[in-house]
Design a protein around this ligand. Sequence first.
Ligand code: CTP
Length: 483
Amino acid sequence: MLLDNLSRCPASGASIPPRMRMAARLHPSRFGNIPDFTARPPCILAAECADLPVNNLPHHRAEGISPLSTAQSPVQSLAGRRVLLIVAGGIAAFKTPDLVRRLRERGASVRVVLTDGGAQFVTPLTLQAVSEDTVYRDLWSLTDESAMGHIQLSRSADVVLVAPATANILARMAHGLADDLATTVLLATDKPVLVAPAMNVRMYEHPATQANLALLAARGVGIIGPDDGAMACGEYGPGRMVEPLSIAEYLAGWFAAQAAPKPLAGRHALVTSGPTHEPIDPVRYIANRSSGKQGHAIAAALAALGARVTLVSGPVRLPDPPGVNVVAVETAAQMLAACRAALPADIFVAAAAVADWRVDGAAGQKLKKREGGGPPALTLTENPDILANLSAAGPDRPELVVGFAAETNDVVAYARAKRLRKGCDWIVANDVSPATGTFGGDRNSVHVIRADGTEEAWENLAKTEVASRLATAISDHFVNGKK
Ligand code: CTP
């Protein structure tokens, strides 16, 4: 059934607002096909879009729970893992019964703390039914306190997961407030904390929220998402909570990574990421479309294998990867200085899209338009080549230097020549022609060319998967001496 064709939910009679139908037209894969109402009832979609409290709708008990999938066998298990799930007050809270179910079908036990805001979107009874455990709500409840005090509750799990993590709870976490049971538990816990942000795109992009996320990431809080997509409020962009199935998969992968051997322990990895901004004057700059997703994912993957990672990043809109030391820079000259300051390192991965040129003698004051004077002539001068520089760093040269080659044509041939010209050991060649969507996108297809000239193609993978394969290849080099 196409939601696009409906003006009312056939199940509840709730009207589906025009912007919801517009979103369905624009993003049919997300909204268009609603095979049955149990999977994702249109009245809930309508409520999402209209900002209506879902539990005011006639059949809200469905609350987005999909039928048990027997066909799909979980890839990674959560057997024996204890998850304390904190449900905060965002519309995405209606997905948490499904999240509980997804975690439990992988073998986890789930105990829920529900905030007052969260209870506006999902009932305690539903969460109690799906978790088969008490749902904790009140800091001052004698029953809960006598049965389990908040300190004990905060330590009764292997991990604390906040989903949805609203801008408000992230701010309270970042600043150490403890004014309800959820934030008290978060302040008292000695367990790792993961958050799945969910909020309006502007709230997510607000510098206050970004600063709070950066602060939490620097303290080791894991950040899952958010996804890009149509918002309940009709806007589009980053801020949607990652889907329950993906959160469960992430958590399973996260536990596996915690338990995994750390073959790069004791190694220092230096990674560059993102674009550089080269000033024209104090308000204008030359830049490129690099998002930093690939470089940041490589930093995270190397850290997951136990390396101490320094990530020198140009301006990006990404949270700092957990457990990574991030040095923020703007220009190529600053990036080179920060890289040299971070030496010695065992590994150098140059994933940044460094601007090749900067403006010679950037203006100290804003350039003004002059009547009849025409546009200013900008003289460009070449930037230092950071990869070539560190490849030739003499005794300070990292043992393994990996460059990237961004090409739009003759990808492998150009990359082979670039490897020799820059003096790096390996080069990762990627096609960045506009049709591939690599720049700014989430996927990448690469060719890895090694020091011995051998070449491997890794086609159409998530950038996180490219990162984890590269990190594994790097650890193979150090552990098994693989060239
Ligand atoms: N790189 C660098 N410093 C620069 C330019 C590039 O460290 N000033 C690094 C990139 O991080 C990447 C590699 O060099 O690892 C290749 O970058 P790429 O943009 O593909 O090549 P360029 O050197 O810019 O050459 P061209 O633009 O001619 O392809």
